[in-house]
Design a protein around this ligand. Structure first.
Ligand code: FRU
Length: 460
């Protein structure tokens, strides 16, 4: 395994393939982060729920398998879902996938644990309602303001177009389909919906997917959010369209299927799968590795002028270590950190917006193009070596916070108004960061990111 690719402070299993975060919860004094896991191979041929736990969101324990496919209704995959603590038991809702004779059958299922170690399957709690095809999955459960529990489920209508379904339960065990909450004309499926209250507003997260319905294959998908007006009593949205009024969750390359939960102190925390790689990218990226993919950093969500913002959770700042020395010249600042794991924060103090940051001899690059008022982020594609670029419209940049791990970068722009997330394929043996532009009108801080052992040593 390559020291350069394996992440230092992002969640990833020791082997196999990780995808969506599942069942995020705070339960009996611990954080539970379940995830879609193929523990056998670095591909999508098998899915169960693996588990990480933590008391502080910093030091994680990899617990291995939690919910495995061992019933007829989930024999071809324990697919994505969510968790909710009811009467001191953790209720986990997931989609059981059955593909007997090549024909997909989805069932929404419940499994309950009293101690986080033994999982008792309670069976199917909801069959696919008549209006949908068997692309019906990823139940996310939350408590109603007035009564009982709600569940949103991603789906495809019989006309081949995407939709989100709403279900209700008084006790978390017996569920009823209530109706279609939102629909799309442009996308053929909606994966992994999430609906929650944030600063008094309802936020809907969803992942529109374009599919070739004849071949029954996905074409493209991305992650979006929309502020919605949810009339809980009648189980409806005021605006039911999923085709407009939405914003991208992430401006970078690798971000999908985010899920949120409430921390015990009331913060809305998000994890997402940090990947949008295709099969070939997955193969090349993990050629030297036993595993592929990781989670994003946990992020706290908040609203600012009707925009959903994300910032790294405050616990992460405890990982920041020594400041890294840099050489500063008139228009250039450069540093050669010992490792690829670092924190870099730039604050603009002057009028000039000019900015360019080059990482590791061109593995990645950030630039602000003042004339076009946009920020670009480029990385070198590890399959064909070309440079690929993403950009976001930004009127002016005031602050950039960059969290770099061995093979990823997350860039939080202007306090999290825009975020770029990406895996970076490490090629360079010589970590090096060069900032150019109006560097005398910037405050630049670069720090080591400690691993947990070093942090423990420092504390004692
Ligand atoms: C999203 C997704 C979900 C599904 C799971 C299967 O990445 O396709 O819709 O439940 O992954 O692993």
């Amino acid at each position: 395994m390559s020291e350069m690719i394996r992440q230092q402070y992002h969640l990833e299993p020791d082997k196999g393939l990780l995808n969506d975060p599942n069942g995020l919860s705070w339960f009996q004094g611990k954080y539970y982060v379940f995830f879609q896991w193929n523990r056998f191979e670095k591909n999508h041929s098998y899915k169960e729920w693996g588990l990480f736990t933590s008391e502080d969101l910093l030091k994680w324990k990899f617990e291995g398998s939690a919910v495995i496919p061992d019933q007829e209704y989930d024999r071809d995959g324990v697919y994505s879902g969510s968790g909710y603590v009811i009467d001191n038991q953790l209720y986990l809702f997931y989609t059981g996938n059955n593909k007997k004779d090549g024909k997909r059958k989805s069932s929404q299922c419940l499994v309950v644990t009293k101690d986080g170690r033994r999982y008792q399957k309670k069976g199917i709690i909801l069959k696919t309602p008549e209006e949908y095809t068997e692309h019906f999955r990823d139940p996310k459960v939350f408590q109603g303001k007035h009564s009982g529990y709600y569940m949103v489920v991603g789906g495809q209508q019989k006309n081949g177009k995407g939709a989100i379904a709403l279900c209700h339960s008084d006790d978390g065990e017996t569920w009823n389909y209530q109706g279609m909450l939102a629909v799309s004309e442009q996308y053929e499926m909606m994966e992994c919906p999430d609906l929650f209250l944030l600063d008094g507003r309802y936020v809907l997260l969803f992942n529109p997917q374009k599919r070739d319905n004849t071949a029954d294959e996905p074409i493209l998908s991305f992650s979006a959010y929309k502020l919605v007006e949810f009339d809980e009593e009648n189980g409806i949205f005021r605006d039911a369209s999923l085709d407009d009024g939405f914003e991208l969750m992430d401006a970078g390359f690798d971000f999908y299927a985010p899920q949120t939960f409430l921390s015990p102190d009331g913060r809305r925390i998000l994890f997402a799968w940090m990947s949008r790689m295709d099969d070939e990218q997955e193969k090349v990226f993990s050629r030297t590795e036993l595993n592929i993919h990781c989670m994003t950093l946990p992020r706290e969500l908040f609203l600012q002028e009707e925009k959903l913002c994300q910032k790294p959770i405050r616990e992460l700042y405890h990982l920041l270590g020594q400041e890294i020395a840099a050489v500063c010249e008139k228009h250039e600042w450069s540093a050669q950190p010992a490792k690829r794991t670092f924190y870099l924060c730039l604050r603009r103090t002057g009028e000039e917006q000019k900015l360019n940051i080059l990482f590791h001899q061109g593995e990645a690059e950030i630039a602000y193009i003042s004339e076009e008022k946009k920020l670009t982020f480029s990385r070198r594609n590890w399959v064909d070596g070309t440079v690929e670029t993403k950009s976001a419209a930004i009127d002016e940049w005031n602050e950039l916070e960059i969290w770099s791990d061995h093979s990823s970068m997350e860039i939080f722009v202007n306090g999290g108004q825009v975020v770029f997330s990406a895996r970076i394929f490490p090629k360079s043996q010589k970590p090096e960061v060069t900032v150019s532009g109006s560097t005398n009108g910037m405050k630049i801080e670069m720090r080591e990111i400690m691993n947990m052992d070093k942090r423990e040593e420092q504390k004692s």
